[in-house]
Each structure stands twice: as structure tokens, then as C-alpha cells.
Write a protein that binds this ligand. Structure first.
Ligand SMILES: Nc1ncnc2c1ncn2[C@@H]1O[C@H](COP(=O)(O)OP(=O)(O)OP(=O)(O)O)[C@@H](O)[C@H]1O
Ligand SMILES: [Mg+2]
Length: 257
């Protein structure tokens, strides 16, 4: 058993001109846990995920993934990671099957592996019968399913999921959630951003709340309850208290005038 962290960010910052998207972030994610990444719009979640994958280069600090320095070995890291971007761009002129086959090739999967994995996933996510159609003809949820399959099919050790369940119907969301739990029991680590706090509360072992590019809180639900001094509260109330966005009544009233 490897007890070193799956992901370790040390003093990671990212600026876009005058704007600091991520501000000196330290974060350790344990192997085999599901970490929920929460925070208001623009708080730096997607930027953090992209820096972990090596898509965005930090201005300072270091990112270590599964014992590999991301800056030194970008390809090695991508091989071991499955990524669902928040706004995926997929080749819409391919069929679902062609896209997944292409993705499998990129990851160096054998024909056998590709066929087996694609068949299983297509069946599990109710895409059977539509896999041969052009992606441009898919509904949003169907596209999202293709993206999820393409992130999982090569059996990654780390999953970086930016709002992965958006657009999925309840049954498919349930299948993906159960699948993630199953993968976790096999030692796969997941970092998942979401705005759906019930999902975070139900699925995640620990929750990180970002605000203004910083980590506001990190812990289990119980630890967050203690930190917020709200022993009986759910994640929504704790989130609103910690991020100082709780008092929405005057905003709604102003909008109604
Ligand atoms: N490519 C970019 N160029 C300029 N600014 C950027 C870029 N990417 C992100 N930002 C800025 O960095 C900040 C953090 O953005 P980020 O996408 O990480 O937020 P987020 O927490 O994922 O938000 P959301 O919940 O809306 O997805 C925002 O202020 C955003 O405008
Ligand atoms: Mg985002």
C-alpha cells in the first residue's frame, strides 16, 4: 500500500493578468478518496483541476501527481489520469463509437480492451443503439456520457472530474456515482468539482471549499460542521456560512422591485 498522497499541491498560484485565479494553494489528496471541490463561480476550481492535469502551468509552486512531478513529466501524468472537463469539446463529426475508439488509441489500449470496455460502458449508460450515430446528433446528456466513458475507459488511477454529473438523468447519474464508489474501493482517487451540494455531501470522503483562489476549509462533513460551528447542519448551510454568501434574501428582494 502506497501511503504517499495521490495529489500534492505546494504553494501553487496562477494569475491571469491582474487577476489571481489560484492563490498559493496547498492541498493534499489521499489515495483512494473522493475529494469534492466546492466554491462559488470563479473561485478557482477548474483552474486547480487543470493545473493538476498539467493543462495550465502554475506561475509558482509545484504539483505532484501519483509521485510524478507534473511539470517534468506531463505525458506520464496524463497517461494515469482520466479527465472530464467542465466544457468538453469533442469531435462532433465522429460517431460515439469512433470517438471512444480514437480515445482508446490515444491511451494505447489494445483492440480487445477497447472493444470490451466500450461495450460495457455503452450498455451501462444506456447508449446502446446510438453509439453508431454522429455525436452532433446526441443530446447534451448523451455527449456527457461519451466524455465520461472516454475518461474512465483506460482505467486511470486518478480521476479529475469537473462537474461530471451535469446533464445526466437520475439513473445515469446513479450509475456513475456507484461506479466512482466502486473505483474508489479499488484504490482510484477522485477529485470532483460540483455545485450540487447534496452530491458532494453524499459522495465525497472529504470536501474542499475554495473561495477567491484559496482554500477556505478542507475536511470531512463532521470536520466542516465543527469548523463552521454548525453541529447539526447540512453542507448547504455550512457552505453559505463559510463563503459569506448566505444572506440572499435582500438580493432576491432587490431583484423583485
Ligand atoms: N483562460 C483564462 N483567462 C483569463 N482568466 C481566466 C482564465 N481561466 C480562468 N480565469 C479566471 O480565473 C478565475 C477562476 O476561474 P475558474 O474557472 O478556475 O473558476 P471555477 O471555480 O471553476 O468557477 P465555476 O464554478 O464558474 O466553474 C475566474 O475569475 C476566471 O475568470
Ligand atoms: Mg469551473
Amino acid at each position: 500500500m502506497d501511503y504517499s498522497p495521490a495529489v500534492k499541491l505546494t504553494g501553487v498560484s496562477k494569475r491571469y493578468g491582474p487577476l489571481t485565479a489560484v492563490d498559493y494553494l496547498d492541498l493534499e489528496v489521499k489515495r483512494g478518496e473522493i475529494l469534492g471541490l466546492l466554491g462559488p463561480n470563479g473561485s478557482g476550481k477548474s483552474t486547480t483541476i487543470k493545473m493538476i492535469l498539467g493543462l495550465v502551468k502554475p506561475d509558482s509552486g509545484s504539483v505532484n501527481v501519483l509521485g510524478i512531478n507534473v511539470e517534468d513529466n506531463p505525458i506520464e501524468v496524463k497517461r494515469k489520469v482520466g479527465y472530464v472537463p467542465e466544457a468538453p469539446r469533442i469531435y462532433e463529426f465522429l460517431t460515439g463509437l469512433e470517438f471512444l475508439d480514437f480515445t482508446g488509441d490515444v491511451y494505447g489500449m489494445t483492440l480487445e480492451e477497447k472493444k470490451k470496455r466500450i461495450e460495457e460502458f455503452v450498455k451501462a449508460l444506456d447508449l446502446e443503439g446510438r453509439e453508431g450515430d454522429m455525436i452532433s446528433s446526441y443530446s447534451e446528456g448523451m455527449k456527457q456520457k461519451i466524455v465520461i466513458i472516454s475518461a474512465l475507459m483506460h482505467k486511470p488511477e486518478l480521476l479529475l472530474l469537473d462537474e461530471p454529473l451535469s446533464g445526466l438523468d437520475p439513473k445515469s447519474a446513479r450509475i456513475v456515482k456507484d461506479l466512482l464508489r466502486e473505483l474508489t474501493s479499488q484504490g482510484v482517487t477522485t477529485i470532483m468539482s460540483t455545485h450540487v451540494l447534496e452530491i458532494a455531501q453524499a459522495m465525497c470522503d472529504r470536501i474542499a471549499i475554495m473561495y477567491g483562489g484559496r482554500l477556505l476549509a478542507l475536511g470531512t462533513m463532521d470536520e466542516l460542521r465543527r469548523k463552521a460551528k454548525m453541529p447539526d447542519s447540512g453542507l448547504e448551510d455550512i457552505f453559505l456560512k463559510l463563503t459569506g454568501t448566505g444572506d440572499v434574501k435582500p438580493i432576491v428582494e432587490a431583484l423583485m422591485k
